[in-house]
Design a protein around this ligand. Structure first.
Ligand SMILES: C[S@@+](CC[C@H](N)C(=O)[O-])C[C@H]1O[C@@H](n2cnc3c(N)ncnc32)[C@H](O)[C@@H]1O
Length: 411
């Protein structure tokens, strides 16, 4: 069914909100203030989902989207908004989440932004016969993608090389590819595939390794060419990163975020870095700290983290490998001044937050890519901590996602 509707505002995922006979409709690719023709694509119990078919009144915040896959790709979802509108949307999104879920007024100071395209240093693509690409929005149907404009240049060159390979070598058996790029002048790349037909393995390695920027190739978690790790430079430090280790995907914004964290660390602090990945924050804040301990569950990341502190000649840092919730009681720092925590999207957990309320450090710096779980966890710290400020970082431009850093002071 087709309707003409006015878009009242955007929801937290960037979908336009409209009403048909008092029923809420969420419309993709539609901006507040626009009048659009829509097609209802799904009816849920209390709301409808619709696609924008034609713009009858256009918002001045709308831009032409430079990606030819935007209308089908499940990746970016707010590329139709201008850069300023995207930032405004993200600020309002976090403000709205806090207003809805948190009882107290909070000051969300601003959103930092440094780039819009070409920023991703890691992508995971799926493969099905000669299709190499991403899932179409809301489906598990693949579309063929030749270029991802939010990804870095050598990731895109690698996508082109892989396209040629899979088109010329049938029954290759590759189902998944992960490509990661570092930030040196060459932009060295690590390529990891899940599997390959034995008869093509040698040819695959020979073809890919002929490109200077391809630094390492993994097949089914086994290194088959080049170096084990990529080296990434940041703050005069070098971090090695293996296929399974987490590393922030937008290098420029990561530097900006880490600087903010560092600015909020007091000289001479004893610090804990929870969910520390390869120990980037742990190492960076160590220059202002007396002692820092990092905790991380992925063994490979802790292996990288330990090698990173040796490589960077840092002597005041230690790491523990395991779940934060299992290890936090065993921390052996007498007077803990600050806890930095950067959990995954699902947030932290009750046990960890309870223990933090027993340790009661002077300061907590909570980094989150999910404002909903951030608010849930902040509520558990509420009896002992005041929010000093919240700053947002546009780590994932063209998508509705945003990184939040919340600085809390002990009351
Ligand atoms: C958002 S990343 C943060 C990494 C790091 N702070 C950085 O900036 O690179 C979250 C990390 O938490 C780790 N992780 C997830 N659940 C965990 C848990 N229960 N205990 C310890 N680490 C966990 C993940 O492996 C990942 O490295």
């Amino acid at each position: 069914m087709e309707y003409i509707v006015d878009i009242l505002r955007e929801n937290d995922e960037g979908l336009g909100i409209a009403k048909i006979d008092n029923i809420t409709v969420f419309v993709s690719d539609a901006i507040k203030g626009e009048r659009v023709k829509i097609e209802v694509i799904d009816k849920k119990k209390n709301y409808l989902l619709a696609k924008q078919k034609e713009i009858l009144k256009k918002s001045s915040d709308r831009v032409d989207t430079p990606c030819k896959y935007y209308s089908i790709c499940g990746g970016c979802d707010i590329m139709h908004m201008s850069h300023d509108k995207q930032l405004d949307f993200k600020l309002n999104r976090v403000r709205h989440i806090f207003k809805k879920l948190y009882d107290k007024e909070v000051n969300i100071e601003k959103i930092e932004s440094l780039n819009s395209f070409n920023y991703r240093n890691k992508v995971v693509l799926r493969v099905d016969n000669d299709i190499l690409g991403f899932y179409k929005h809301g489906t598990n149907e693949l579309f063929d993608c030749n270029k991802c404009i939010v990804s870095s240049d050598n990731i895109n060159k690698t996508i082109e090389i892989l396209h040629n390979f899979i088109n010329n070598n049938k029954n290759h058996n590759i189902k998944e590819v992960m490509i990661r790029q570092n930030n040196d002048t060459i932009g060295k790349v690590m390529v990891c595939i899940d599997d390959i037909n034995k008869c093509w393995q040698e040819k695959f390695i020979k073809e890919l390794s002929s490109y200077k920027f391809i630094e390492s190739i993994y097949i089914n978690e086994k290194l088959v060419y080049g170096k084990n790790n990529l080296l990434i430079n940041m703050f005069d430090l070098t971090f090695e990163v293996s296929p399974k280790s987490f590393f922030q995907i937008n290098e420029l914004m990561t530097k900006c975020l880490y600087s903010y964290v560092l600015d909020n660390i007091d000289n001479g602090s004893n610090a804990l870095d929870l969910y520390c990945g390869t120990g980037t924050i742990t190492s960076i804040i160590s220059k202002k700290c007396n002692k820092v301990i990092g905790i991380e569950v992925i063994k490979d990341a802790i292996y990288n983290a330990n090698k990173n502190i040796l490589r960077n000649n840092i002597k005041t840092v230690g790491f523990m490998c395991g779940k934060v919730e299992d290890l936090i009681d065993d921390i052996n720092i007498k007077k803990l001044d600050v806890i930095v925590m950067d959990p995954p999207r699902s947030g932290s957990d009750k046990k960890t937050l309870n223990t933090i309320c027993n340790i009661l450090p002077k300061k907590i710096i909570y980094i989150s890519c999910n404002p909903v779980t951030l608010v849930r966890d902040l509520k558990q710290l509420d009896d002992y901590y005041d929010i000093k400020n919240i700053r947002l970082f546009d780590m994932f431009p063209q998508t509705h996602h945003v990184e939040c850093v919340c600085v809390l002071n002990k009351r």
